[in-house]
Ligand binder design. Structure first.
Ligand code: 13P
Length: 284
């Protein structure tokens, strides 16, 4: 199947009460692990590509890998820009073949965020590309983004509802207490904000910082209206642990396939578990 916009499965996700995972691509092995998990679970999926990952892999390589994975798997797969920082970057990705983009204007004042997001939505929707917007500031570190705990601000529900009404984004990321990277304690998720916003908008809410969130909190968030959940750190941890252990036990090993292969399997297992937890297994 060719790459699809997230709208191909997100309205069904909200109606039927499941969430589709966004799993970030960091290299070939991540891409293979994620798509193999999708095939085994018969799950729709979203490849996330951050600007840092695009710089690392090369824009055209990202698109080529995602397209091949989607075509060979036959699954509904979206290739989504994660935390796009500018209109120019969004356009560059759409032109290269992305089927979905996030424009992260959360650091701008509300009016400016609405104005810039609307501009992205107008251009993206004209060519069938879905858009995610963000309101509130999600804490933690992810590539170019580094938000200290004291600077993370939760989304205001009234503002979030207005943001959706005016921008018509296809998925809305709101800061509800999760953070990118690993948590020091247990994240305190504001389920009341999820519930209030979700009841008043037609599209699913996106939960960033999905790694390390307890299973019960994930299930509850989905029941209240979360339809897209982003996971990257848990895959990175699984990958790096296997590489560290393998090289530690075999210091003479030099063939990258010997340690990247098992790392790929470890990532696949994490992704499969998430697909089952999110309820997207069997929904492709
Ligand atoms: P994690 O760092 O919790 O995996 O979150 C990833 C993410 O939200 C990407 O946008």
């Amino acid at each position: 199947m060719p790459l699809v916009p997230m709208t191909a499965f997100l309205s069904k996700a909200k109606q039927e009460g499941f969430a589709v995972g966004q799993f970030n691509m960091n290299n070939l092995e991540f891409t293979q692990a994620i798509i193999e998990a999708g095939i085994e679970e018969r799950s729709p999926l979203i490849f996330g590509a951050s600007e840092g990952a695009i710089r690392y892999m090369g824009l055209n390589n990202v698109v080529a890998l995602a397209k091949v994975a989607a075509r060979e798997s036959g699954l509904p797969v979206a290739l989504h820009l994660d935390h796009g920082s500018s209109f120019e970057m969004v356009m560059k990705c759409i032109r290269a073949g992305f089927s979905s983009v996030m424009f992260d204007g959360s650091h701008y004042p509300l009016e400016e965020n609405i104005r810039l997001t609307k501009k992205v939505v107008e251009a993206a929707h004209a060519v069938g590309v879905s858009v995610e917007g963000e309101l509130g500031t999600i804490g933690g570190v992810e590539d170019d983004l580094d938000v200290a705990d004291e600077d993370a601000t939760l989304a205001n529900p009234e503002e979030a509802i207005r943001f959706w009404e005016e921008t018509q984004v296809d998925a809305l990321a709101i800061a509800v207490g999760t953070a990118h990277g690993m948590y020091k304690g247990v994240p305190k998720i504001r389920f009341d904000i999820i519930e209030k916003v979700s009841k008043n908008i037609d599209v699913p809410i996106v939960l960033h910082g999905g790694s390390g969130v307890p299973d019960e909190s994930i299930t509850k968030s989905i029941a209240l209206g979360v339809g897209k959940i982003n996971v990257n750190t848990e895959n990175q941890v699984a990958c790096t642990k296997v590489i560290r252990d393998t090289l530690g036990a075999n210091p003479e090993m030099i063939d990258p396939r010997k340690y990247l292969g098992p790392a790929r399997t470890a990532i696949k297992e994490v992704v499969k578990e998430k697909m089952r937890l999110f309820g997207s297994s069997g929904k492709a």
